[in-house]
Design a protein around this ligand. Structure first.
Ligand SMILES: C[S@@+](CC[C@H](N)C(=O)[O-])C[C@H]1O[C@@H](n2cnc3c(N)ncnc32)[C@H](O)[C@@H]1O
Length: 318
């Protein structure tokens, strides 16, 4: 009896641990799909954004500074000097967007699509740093778009639109963008293959697709795949597919005829994020044990260099 009780009690945290090994993104925010049918957007649930949005409504200034604009990991050029204050983290989150813009060769006078745009942080970054831009952010979650529309206003000479859409079924004409970005969100999309096809379609010849993603070493991939089949719980970060290795990206690009221009392992530059999240959790505990378990698993795998953080950029041939 006691053994049975112990088994039952352990089942949930163990499942959480295993599930997060394969499925949790790593943020203190988390999407959540209740079913495996990722096409059914009506079933899309966003618990980590539920948490973030409720804290933002309560005017939690530390959360606002940390995740009120960008909802992604930080990038520290020199990780040893990370100060890990809210200000330092906000700067590092801004720097990650800057790195992806750099990979996508963002410059003045471009038409740019940010897929899975969150609260519009990368759109805001481009708006503030480049001129004569036409910027479009798409997201499945209307609530995030409402905040993006409130927060991100175009500077004179730039144009900004936000639209509700699945990144894998884009409501845009062929060849309408010079660059497509996807910052730390592709693991939530229903299919990387469909997103890449859509990005290819809406890109002008010579345009760039730049993204960041958590990429497993091949050793971790079978474990992740196995756990994905079992996934059914809510967790904190929601459903994520962390099973795409570098080789898978290269194969996908080759199949579509995209040229690889950037393949950059920035894991070391992102690692201070975990220490920052621990501090943040200490001061603002999240009422969800999965938040801690999933983040800890991601950190362990990242420190073991089994789960890396990459920036990729691909060019559509002219
Ligand atoms: C970790 S957040 C990153 C947000 C933003 N890119 C950033 O860096 O701040 C992941 C984002 O992907 C969005 N998302 C998830 N599935 C999506 C889909 N199929 N189409 C469009 N956006 C999606 C979520 O709503 C969320 O905004």
């Amino acid at each position: 009896m006691v053994g049975e009780a112990v088994k039952l009690n352990l089942k949930r945290p163990i499942n959480a641990f295993l599930a997060s090994a394969g499925l949790s993104p790593v943020l203190m925010t988390g999407l959540n799909y209740r079913t495996n049918d990722m096409n059914d957007n009506k079933k899309l649930q966003l618990p980590y954004f539920n948490y973030l949005l409720s804290e933002l409504k309560r005017e939690n200034s530390r959360l606002e500074q940390s995740f009120g604009r960008h909802v992604h990991w930080g990038y520290w050029e020199n990780p040893d000097t990370a100060a890990l204050t809210a200000q330092d983290f906000a700067k590092a989150a801004e720097a990650l967007s800057a790195q992806i813009c750099r990979a996508g060769l963002i410059r003045n006078n471009l038409c740019v699509l940010d897929a899975g745009c969150g609260f519009g942080g990368t759109v805001a970054h481009i708006n503030e740093n480049y001129r004569s831009m036409s910027l479009m952010g798409v997201n499945l979650d209307e609530r995030q778009l409402t905040r993006a529309k409130e927060q991100v206003k175009p500077v004179p000479g730039n144009r900004i639109d936000f639209k509700q859409s699945d990144a894998c079924a884009l409501p845009f004409d062929d060849a309408s963008f010079d660059a497509v970005l996807a910052v730390e969100c592709i693991f939530h999309f229903p299919s990387r293959e469909r997103f890449f096809k859509e990005a290819y379609r809406v890109l002008k010849p010579g345009g760039y697709l730049a993204l960041s993603d958590f990429v497993p070493k091949p050793l971790l991939k079978p474990i992740i795949k196995l756990k994905m089949l079992e996934w059914g719980g809510a967790g904190f970060y929601g459903k994520c597919d962390f099973s795409y290795c570098v080789a898978d990206y290269l194969r996908l690009a080759q199949t579509l005829g995209l040229d690889l221009t950037v393949e950059r392992d920035i894991t070391a530059n992102t690692l201070p994020t975990y220490r920052y999240l621990r501090r943040l959790n200490f001061d603002h505990p999240v009422n969800n044990p999965f938040a801690y378990i999933e983040t800890a698993v991601a950190e362990v795998f990242s420190r073991m260099r089994l789960l890396d953080y990459y920036i990729f950029s691909f060019r559509k041939p002219v």
